[in-house]
Design a binder for this molecule. Structure first.
Ligand SMILES: O=C(O)CCC(=O)C(=O)O
Ligand SMILES: [Fe+2]
Length: 285
């Protein structure tokens, strides 16, 4: 087979690839096709996969090297050093430890607080029971495009700092514009452009999470806080989203530069276990 058939979802974000058995490996033209689909649709969905850890990593690392956590800067799963596969689950089980529990996970891009945040990630559904939570991805290229030109010109010049939530008790952080005169969150910080450029598509991206503590470099608190709440409302009301209802065997590959993702809370007694593999990225520009 040379190229895969695919069908797009609504709103330009999300595409489902048909009749792919990723355990068989990929031809160069299929790898290029999937990269093109990721660039264009930002979230690429494969159904009914049956992959062991080697096959999962082999698929993922066609698209870039593994993201390796630096022990000085905590991230999800970095306690298990050396393993590039992290369990995203609500019940500890035979798959070893489990992370992220059952609580709401607010809209964020992974590792935005690091010098080099990851470029993309994959979640592979292993054990999903009825009525667990979906995952929702927001298209942050469209979030940028939909801003009015005045805001665009203001934010073009701004760098933002996302504070590492893993220095705080797990699950205790929610979106908050930081007042540096009162409290500076712990940990080293790495400012990044609030409007970043996608290295492959050259598109501009509103690079802003609405999940963690953050601020804008050199911007007075009041001005920054107002700007943040405007951008927050803008993102919350964005219609360019893709919501994925999980089934066992689903593999979802997403662009972590051009999207943020969200998960609602769900009943802790409903089992929901996925494996996540993450691909390294560059310093945003
Ligand atoms: O559980 C989910 O749906 C998403 C979790 C998440 O944010 C992640 O794996 O990066
Ligand atoms: Fe995440």
């Amino acid at each position: 087979m040379t190229k895969f058939r695919f069908s797009e979802n609504n709103n330009g974000i999300g595409v489902t690839v048909h009749e792919a058995d990723l355990s068989l490996g990929l031809t160069p033209s299929q790898i290029l096709q999937i990269q093109e689909l990721l660039n264009r649709y930002k979230v690429v969905i494969f159904k009914n996969q049956n992959l062991n850890d080697d096959q999962l990593s082999e698929f993922a690392f066609r698209f870039g090297p593994p993201f390796v956590p630096d022990k000085n800067f905590p991230v999800l799963g970095s306690q298990d050093s050396g393993n590039s596969i992290v369990i995203v689950g609500n019940q500890a089980n035979e798959y070893s430890k489990s992370y992220l529990g059952h609580q709401e996970v607010l809209p964020h891009s992974d590792h935005q607080w690091l010098k080099c945040p990851s470029s993309a990630s994959l979640l592979y559904a292993l054990d999903i029971h009825l009525n667990s939570a979906p995952t929702v991805w927001f298209d942050m290229v469209q979030a940028y495009n939909m801003l009015d030109s005045e805001i665009k010109s203001i934010i073009e010049e701004i760098n933002s700092i996302t504070y590492n939530p893993f220095y705080r008790p797990f699950g205790s952080v929610s979106a908050k514009y930081v007042d540096r005169d009162i409290d500076i969150p712990p940990g080293d910080t790495f400012p990044h452009p609030l409007v970043r450029t996608h290295p492959l598509t050259k598109e501009k991206i509103l690079y802003l999470n609405i999940a963690y503590e953050l601020d804008f470099v050199g911007v007075p608190y009041k001005v920054g806080n107002e700007l943040f709440s405007k951008l927050y409302d803008h993102i919350i009301n964005l219609s360019y989203k893709y919501e994925h209802q999980w089934h066992n065997g689903d593999l979802v590959f997403w662009d972590n530069r051009s999207t943020i993702h969200y998960r609602p809370s769900f009943d802790s007694s409903i089992r929901r276990v996925l494996k996540r593999v993450t691909i390294a990225g560059e310093m945003p520009y």
